[in-house]
Design a protein around this ligand. Structure first.
Ligand SMILES: [Zn+2]
Ligand SMILES: [Zn+2]
Length: 379
């Protein structure tokens, strides 16, 4: 890959402040991280981004780069072509803030041998409206890294022993001194051969190719409690990726997506329903069956009820998530439906009603004229 300008890689101006660089890096790292971006060149681009960030966040390297470019950095002993390492403490922090705390541990200079917690993982699950209300158990298949059974995470083929690293003589660090026109530059860095451990694996474990962890799929049972809402997150302890060098596994976060219901709407612990009724039911009163999440329930319509009246069915709402013996209510909004397409018999009855209520016979011709003037088809 040809080396692009570091400012261009980050998409910032030459005059940008370190805050601006940091911000640009966060945004780009999020979209390019190989865990989320599966494009074939994502890893290369991500490395390039890391290099650009490392140089531009370091005042010395940045001024060197500004004046002498890539060659200036190389001459000064800052070799950018080697394996990309997260030398900056805050870089690891930034990444772990959105990729889980296990991220970047392999590059940490200070503790190349200490345990690293596994990454947290996220799983999205879609559940029905009713499942969110009454809870549900689901068996789902997840993929995560598990400690290799064969080598117990060491990455070494069982029965073999690690060798002392030749490059660093077992120290884990190397010192490089480079003579340049600007003077001698001395730099201590993590040994690129052993990654700072001082030892190298002579025979990598065949089961995990020396990684110590293996991508494994697994069925886990997830208990979704009563009363959850769209967007709620459940944490499943230790079902993220396994740790490195005996570190704790990460957690699995299950994010719930609740499908909307065709009849019910939900707001917190209360459920809303629109219930159509006829004029006759509204005028005379009735007992009707309405849908609730518990099935049909009888609702009393009192005589003379007006449209948009809201009736309450107590305790037919959603269980409280922290106390499922308590429930919200269901609110039923009465919707008076004006009849259309009357049958002959209905028409007669309404005409009779019209006469009683208005003290006159309804004149068809008059109404039709009015109607025609609205639709523009009459004279
Ligand atoms: Zn193994
Ligand atoms: Zn070494």
């Amino acid at each position: 890959m040809t080396q692009r300008d570091y400012y261009e890689v980050l998409g910032v101006a030459k005059s940008s402040t370190s805050d601006e660089i940091k911000k640009a890096f966060r945004t780009k790292a999020r979209e390019l991280h190989p865990d989320v971006n599966k494009a074939p060149d994502a890893e290369e681009k991500f490395k390039e981004l890391g290099q650009a960030y490392e140089v531009l966040m370091d005042d010395n390297k940045r001024s060197m780069y500004d004046r002498y470019g890539q060659d200036g950095l190389k001459n000064a002993g800052y070799d950018q072509s080697g394996p990309f390492e997260f030398g900056f403490g805050d870089l690891s922090e930034i990444l772990s803030s959105f990729f889980g705390s296990g991220f970047g541990g392999s590059g940490s200079r200070r503790n190349a041998n200490s345990p690293v917690r596994g990454s947290d993982l996220r799983l999205d699950i879609e559940i029905s409206f009713e499942e969110a209300i009454f809870g549900v158990e689901k068996d789902v298949e997840i993929e995560h890294l598990e400690t290799c059974e064969s080598c117990s995470g060491s990455g070494m083929e069982p029965g073999t022993t690690p060798m002392t690293c030749n490059t660093c003589g077992g120290h884990g660090q190397i010192q490089q001194t480079t003579q340049t026109i600007l003077g001698n530059f001395s730099q201590v860095s993590t040994c690129p051969t052993c990654g700072g451990s001082g030892k190298i694996i002579s025979t990598p474990c065949k089961n995990c190719s020396g990684q110590g962890r293996k991508e494994t799929s697994k069925i886990i049972n997830i208990k979704i409690p009563k009363g959850v809402e769209n967007g709620n997150k459940l944490r499943i302890n230790s079902e993220g990726d396994s740790g490195k060098r005996g570190g704790h596994p990460g957690d699995l976060y299950v994010v719930l997506f609740v499908k909307p219901h065709e009849l019910f709407k939900r707001e917190g612990v209360n459920i809303y329903l629109e219930q159509p009724i006829t004029f006759a039911q509204a005028a005379l009163g009735d007992e009707i069956e309405v849908d609730t999440v518990d099935g049909k329930k009888i609702l009393k319509i009192h005589p003379g009820i007006q449209s948009n009246t809201i009736l309450t069915i107590k305790h037919a709402g959603v269980p409280y998530i922290n106390n499922s013996s308590k429930r919200g209510d269901q609110f039923v909004k009465i919707n008076l439906v004006t009849p259309t397409n009357l049958s002959e018999e209905e028409k007669k009855l309404f005409q009779r009603l019209f006469e009683i209520q208005n003290g006159k016979t309804r004149k068809d011709s008059f109404v039709d004229k009015v109607k025609a003037s609205f639709t523009g088809t009459g004279s």
